[in-house]
Design a binder for this molecule. Structure first.
Ligand code: FMN
Length: 173
């Protein structure tokens, strides 16, 4: 599949089948995250896979949306701020690195016909407690993963994205 075709296939899935996801597909998308680039190649991330019903139910308290409950898999992408690269001005690149891994994962998921949704608007303290995260590990993104039951809006890259002249500038701002 051509890259732009794959990029346009990915969308935020908010309606899932409860059908389990094959282990091979989970492994495939995790591999896509593992090989993602990171600042100084420090790879300051951990990917927590949640599939068991008791932990899934606790995650429903972390992100309270009815649609979230049906997704059979949650991937919690965490940053290790002790490991991440800091620029000379102090900027910590952990979020950048985790975001790249998340993007790899969501695109790989689309490649094998899985739906995903980025979730950042969640209760981070509750998430850390549910997953027993050490203090230096921050949950940055939750990805819901599963087979989609909704349809992608094929026009959204025109209707729901800023037009090129608004976002691209040449030579100067
Ligand atoms: C950093 C980030 C955080 C997001 N957080 C949430 C969220 O908490 N809940 C949600 O339903 N969608 C969330 N989204 C999904 C966006 O709303 C979605 O990507 C955007 O509207 C574009 O739609 P598309 O993903 O279908 O192309 C998030 C996306 C990104 C990149």
């Amino acid at each position: 599949m051509a890259f732009l075709e794959l990029a346009k296939k990915r969308y935020s899935t908010r309606k899932y089948s409860t059908q389990p996801v094959e282990k091979e597909k989970i492994d495939y998308i995790l591999e896509a995250g593992r090989i993602a680039p990171s600042a100084a190649n420090y790879q300051p991330w951990h990917f927590v896979v949640v599939q068991s019903q008791p932990i899934r139910e606790q995650m429903w308290e972390v992100y309270r949306r009815p649609w979230f409950k049906d997704a059979p898999v949650y991937l919690i992408l965490c940053a290790d701020h002790r490991v991440s690269w800091k620029r000379s001005d102090g900027k910590d690149h952990a979020d950048v690195d985790v975001a790249i891994a998340a993007d790899h994962i969501t695109l790989a998921a689309a490649d094998v016909d899985l739906g995903t949704c980025w979730i950042c608007n969640f209760d981070t303290a509750k998430c850390s407690q549910v997953l027993s995260l050490p203090d230096h590990i921050e949950p940055v993104v939750i990805l819901s993963v599963g087979y989609p039951l909704d349809d992608v809006n094929t026009e959204r890259h025109t209707s729901q994205r800023k037009p090129t002249p608004e976002v691209v500038r040449y030579e100067h701002f």
